[in-house]
Design a protein around this ligand. Structure first.
Ligand code: ADP
Length: 396
């Protein structure tokens, strides 16, 4: 069975076509700059050369058509007919409290998705455009929605309620939701397999560290905490996002820097984080290089990032009353030996000790714990697309 996985952003569409018989990727790609000048499709068929196709792509429907044309193209296509696509799985950022798992998309689900727009005004609309575009072009193909928030719906009430009037939860659904759920779910499952233990018996802290970073406590296979909150702005300091700061700070910054209310969200999302601290870059490769060359602010940014991550591990071990393994994933978690080392340093109280040699790996599944480390430390490359494809197969 062939399953197409789609992830739509406001100006991009990422896709992967899976052969689910053996869970291999037949092709993957990305349409960039949708609705802007210079749109381009970058298409990578498995085992063939990558192609770049420049085209005018004014909207997501045209992007979907361009992708489908590439998938069936006689030279760089990977299927003969669009009809070979048995189902489409869509990544959806915010499912609010309405979705605690993946769902088959129908008219009622679409209505509910639209109700969730006010919770994620930047992310959910492009997800919906993608679904609508596929529905128009492939009306008979079943579709499934997989939500970033769904895995965290098992969080207990006391973990998701903020210290603000309860009426705000009742009126506007103000609460912690948590994000990157598909990734936390995937690496938790893989961790149980690598440790050769039933997931029901494991207390895990999973660290998804990328441009956006979130940390989860996963107890017995269920998410009980996530560092991201009502929006993906909360938690540890990120590439360009501030993470958790004193709640008075935005007001102070607006006053002092003359930033109007409609611009402050952008400021906190794009000008802060390790970019703001280092003044160098939001990319950890650049920051690590600058730190190595002696740049104090770059070193500081790395220290702030690692220190905050470390504190979450401690907090979540307390929340679960135990810790069996720490799992690193995401671009930074999978690739940066330095950041992993900094986070795991001086954590022997928690039984965490890494083996420096084993830690010297990149983008591969590995147990990097030192001999005798009570708490295991794992590196597990995430695979949200595969998780979406699996959910899609299960639901159709
Ligand atoms: P996104 O959240 O956009 O999916 P990714 O998970 O791809 O992001 O992570 C991107 C981050 O991973 C960037 O900050 C990048 O610098 C970092 N990264 C990728 N490779 C390395 C590496 N070899 N060393 C350090 N950081 C890396």
């Amino acid at each position: 069975m062939k399953v197409l996985v789609i992830n739509c952003g406001s100006s991009s569409l990422k896709y992967q076509l899976f052969n689910m018989e053996n869970e291999t990727v037949l092709a993957k790609g990305l349409v960039e700059r949708i609705g802007l000048e210079g749109s381009v499709l970058k298409h990578q068929p498995a085992g063939k050369d990558k192609v770049e196709i420049k085209a005018e792509v004014p909207n997501h429907k045209v992007a979907v058509k361009l992708m489908l044309d590439a998938l069936v193209h006689e030279e760089y296509g990977v299927i003969k007919d669009i009809k070979e696509i048995a189902a489409v799985g869509h990544r959806v950022v915010h499912g609010g409290e309405k979705f605690s798992g993946s769902v088959r998309i129908d008219d009622k689900v679409m209505e509910t998705l639209k109700e969730c727009i006010n919770l994620a005004p930047l992310h959910n609309p492009p997800n919906i455009w993608g679904i609508e575009a596929v529905k128009e072009i492939l009306p008979d193909v079943p579709m499934v929605g997989v939500f970033d928030t769904a895995f965290h719906q098992t969080m207990p009430e006391h973990a998701y309620i903020y210290g603000v009037p309860y009426e705000l939860y009742e009126k506007y659904s103000v609460r912690r939701y948590g994000f990157h759920g598909t990734s936390h779910r995937y690496v938790s499952m893989r961790a149980a397999m690598l440790l050769n233990r039933p997931i029901e018996t494991l207390k895990l802290v999973t660290l998804h560290l990328g441009n956006g970073s979130s940390i989860s406590a996963v107890n017995g296979g269920k998410s009980v905490e996530n560092s991201m909150g009502f929006t993906p702005l909360e938690g540890i300091t990120m590439g360009t996002r501030c993470g958790s700061i004193d709640p008075y700070l935005p007001i102070f910054i607006m006053e002092k820097e003359g930033i109007p209310i409609e611009k402050i969200n952008d400021y906190l999302n794009k000008k802060c984080g390790v970019l703001g601290i280092s003044g160098v870059s939001s990319d950890f490769r650049d920051i690590e290089k600058a730190a190595e060359e002696g740049n104090h602010r770059a070193k500081l940014a790395l220290k702030v990032f690692a220190y905050q991550a470390k504190k979450y591990i401690g907090a979540y071990a307390a929340a679960m009353n135990g810790l069996d393994a720490v799992v690193f994933t995401g671009g930074i978690g999978e690739n940066s030996s330095l950041v992993r080392k900094m986070i795991c340093e001086d954590m022997d109280y928690f039984g965490i000790k890494i083996d420096e040699e084993k830690n010297n790996i990149r983008g591969k599944e590995a147990d990097i714990s030192a001999e005798g480390s009570k708490t295991k430390v794992l590196v597990i490359p995430t695979n949200e697309e595969l998780m979406i494809a699996r959910d899609t197969v299960a639901l159709i």
